[in-house]
Design a protein around this ligand. Sequence first.
Ligand code: TMP
Length: 213
Amino acid sequence: MTRGLFISFEGIDGAGKSTHIERVARLFREAGRAIVLTREPGGTPLSEKLRELVLHEPMDALTEALLMFAARREHLVQVIEPALARGDVVLCDRFTDATFAYQGGGRGFDWQVLAKLEHMVQGLPDGALRQPELTVWFDLDPLIAAERLAAARVPDKFESQPADFFAAVRAGYAKRQAENPSRFARIDAAQSMDAVGADVGRVVSDWLRQAAA
Ligand code: TMP
């Protein structure tokens, strides 16, 4: 049976990742793979309800972190683990790195507490930690991201944060990359849409070649 693959896509709001995720999905579909295209917070009916709360209600920083992990637990158990067991390709628009970047970096919430929650929620029976095998990080200057967002949509609780919040989120992603260098692929999201798309295609193909070797 084909082995399941787990890829996540990350970046500050406005970095433009959504369009590219769809293109990666097409790449895998054309190769005959079954795809699960999903997102966090969300991906199950309960997790989508938690998403509504966490994106729109003001709340304490620990409550926010716990809700992110609660939604993730449900998502893992109901969707991600069964998909990987079937041998599907799971493409996830954000995963745990977003919690470290937004709650840890952006909100300044304790990194070690997040690491404990990560172990609790993503721990596997053999003691390993469920993580994406590849994380594509769309890295962008927050000022450029803010310009793009202003033209795009009505902001939610996170999107309406000031640029210095996103600078801290970006630093959170950089810290996660430094802690997990083999899993992270950084894409310069300030480039044109086509150039970003080409980089994403290259990163995914290179990684697949390596994974198959
Ligand atoms: P989205 O708009 O890319 O779907 O992401 C939803 C928002 O939730 C985005 O502003 C990032 C934020 N978020 C967190 O703060 N922590 C998390 O763990 C996740 C997954 C998302």
